[in-house]
Ligand binder design. Sequence first.
Ligand code: GLU
Length: 467
Amino acid sequence: MSETQVVTRFAPSPTGFLHIGGARTALFNWLFARGRGGRFLLRIEDTDRARSTPEATAAILTGLRWLGLDWDGDPVSQFERAPRHAEVAHQMLASGHAYKCFATQDEIETFREAARAENRSTLFQSPWRDADPASHPDAPFVIRLKAPREGVTVIEDAVQGRVTIGNDQLDDMVMLRSDGTPTYMLAVVVDDHDMGVTHVIRGDDHLNNAARQMQIYHAMGWPVPIWAHIPLIHGPDGKKLSKRHGALGVEEYRAMGYPAAAMRNYLARLGWSHGDDEFFTDAQAQAWFGLEGIGRSAARFDFRKLENLSGQHLAAMEDAALLHELKAFLDATGQPALSARQEAGLAEALPLLKGGFKTFPQLLEKAHFVLAERPIVPDEKAAQALDNVSRGILSELTPHLQNASWDRNALEAAVKQLAEGHGTTLGKLAAPLRAALAGRTVSPSVFDMMLVIGRDETLARLADTRG
Ligand code: GLU
């Protein structure tokens, strides 16, 4: 391992699903590490025991796996590292960077009330900060950071630029509670340090925490990682992304039938850019991704863009990969698996369908003609095209098709001849023919369908329409 190896991490709190914002954060960290031969680590911030169920953690791992964001090593449990966090708090105590505070909740409240009445800052100033240990009572205590009171704390953020916070705005934060458990602020710093994290890319809702975390780094004499606080994702209306906007978890996007490659591409563009590039591969994203390309304003979620990218990725995918992902989609959405017949038909039909769908459900709809079993039951719209007159004309098609050689020109000539004999056009006859063959109003061309399903199946479907 070289000394300068990049180490990033994704540190979600298990909430029961992988939030789309979290997914984007994970992606940025993954791209940054992978593009630099670095390591991408996963830490589950599971100190809130009520919320951190095994299911909630599993949901995050499932989301990351689906997105294809592989992490190095085993996920780290923050909760399990509590003894190490306590050890560091005691180390700071020993070095004079922290102190035991015996103030009770009542005393803290009294302090605040007095401060409010006198119009002073309500940030608690503990009387124990400089107390002689000899005067310590035998009572419960918390360990507080002895934070600098003068001067400023400066963060050189790779996205936000220089952020300066007056130390008079930061109190002596609690690092270890009276029950010996660490606070979040301490745990994050100790974990990032111990995991060797060099770059912290996370939502800018954590920018305020960074100033406090910086003070712990300084107290411990640890190197400070490079921070990049990225703007949050907003809904199409410009407001913070919320339930109101629908689809918050990545599993919902999976269920809508977007392939993971498109999701990665789209999420990468949410707040990061590389020139005018919109459509790109993972290899390109890894090569291009850098903190300098991250913008300072909130990105807006745009379903149309996602869908367009999805269409492009699906069109670019190798047939085998596409089939593989389609099967995973069916499985994830609880739909029946493809039969061998359906799979073979689909493999044959794919070249015709390519470019004509943007999601897996759209692919399934267009591929209905190879997936459905006889008798083909037309949907409502298709049924309208199959009126009695059209049925009559179609029945005359059978003898022509029985003798035609099975290639596009011959098929087209046969249908055209029949149409003209009835004073109509090939175009007009296509609708009932499509309804008979596909049971849908949207499908590949009727001749393409005939070529894929073959003569016997075509004739059988035509015969079925006669009831
Ligand atoms: N667990 C925090 C969250 O889910 C992230 C903490 C961090 O990235 O430093 O928002």
